[in-house]
Design a protein around this ligand. Structure first.
Ligand code: ZN
Length: 302
């Protein structure tokens, strides 16, 4: 009896310690120096990249130190020098860190020249310099693309959710509503338009989150779209998970159900005869909200 009780205490103690370890809160830091970071964030998590999601965050930076986002072990690094005659990877020079419990961070497009010690199996401190920002791989303009992975890489998280707050007082801008006739042809639908339509077509809306800096065209964090008072979709871009061969957002939408031709996909809509109303709500990463309603009149034709 006594024996089994003490065993019970040992097991409970063991359980508590693993639990504490799994629940360890990691404090993440920006992987580049943070002065004016709100102007340097050029792309956010979950944006469209033609046929796939943007799986990280982009910070415009040239030749600045790249800092480990948290303490971690070096998992992997790849630099052009490893295969100087080979084709360059899309990621360019990259470093991956393992922060424990299946959490990884990765850093792309780094400047040539691997830091000494990056091939060793060792611990890197949070904030330790691991590379310089560059423009290697598929990159137009020097920037750091960084990714935060969980569940040993099966989930990708919006890094913004764990990093210190980035300012943004400007709400998203909702632009054009388009009806796509085919891959290349579309017509724009303006509020109050009369349109003739024969069948269902893909309908998209352009949404951008412009920050303080002119020319910033970032994606949004959440959208909600309804047609004639009926909710069509509510989708957020806070994480992606790999399921049945493709990446899906938190609500289970794959890329093809969220984007079309680099615009946000409203749906493949078969409008009713007469008045139709599409209402779009978009939130940016600071929860600034923009709402826009398109009201137009449809004549069904054969
Ligand atoms: Zn990127």
């Amino acid at each position: 009896m006594r024996r089994s009780l003490s065993l019970g205490i040992i097991l409970a103690a063991f359980h508590l310690s693993t639990f504490a370890q799994n629940d360890k809160v990691i404090n993440f830091l920006f992987p580049v120096k943070t002065d004016g970071i709100e102007n340097k964030v050029t792309s956010v998590f979950g944006e469209s990249r033609g046929d796939h999601f943007h799986n990280g965050m982009d910070i415009a930076s040239t030749g600045e130190p790249v800092l480990a986002m948290a303490e971690g072990k070096i998992l992997y690094s790849r630099f052009g020098e490893d295969d100087p005659f080979g084709e360059e990877f899309g990621t360019g020079n990259s470093v991956w860190l393992d922060h424990g419990n299946g959490t990884y961070s990765s850093y792309y497009h780094l400047k040539d020249g691997r830091f000494p010690g990056l091939l060793e199996e060792r611990l890197v401190a949070g904030g330790e310099k691991i590379a310089y920002t560059g423009n290697t791989g598929h990159s137009s303009g020097a920037h750091l693309h960084f990714v935060l992975l969980k569940d040993f890489g099966k989930t990708i998280q919006d890094p913004m959710k764990v990093l210190p707050i980035v300012d943004d007082e400007s709400p998203p801008v909702i632009g054009n509503l388009l009806i796509h006739h085919d891959e290349y042809k579309y017509s724009q639908v303006n509020d109050g338009d009369n349109i003739n339509i024969s069948k269902a077509f893909p309908v998209t809306v352009g949404i951008q989150d412009a920050g303080k800096k002119p020319g910033q065209r970032r994606g949004v964090s959440q959208i909600q779209i309804s047609l004639n008072g009926q909710l069509l979709k509510k989708a957020s871009f806070s994480n992606l998970h790999y399921e049945k061969g493709e990446w899906k957002n938190s609500e289970g939408f794959p890329f093809s159900e969220l984007y079309f031709k680099d615009q946000y996909l409203v749906g493949h809509l078969d409008f009713r005869n007469g008045e139709n109303v599409i209402k779009v709500l978009a939130w940016d990463f600071r929860q600034n909200l923009t709402e826009k309603t398109f009201t137009f009149y449809v004549s069904r034709i054969r």
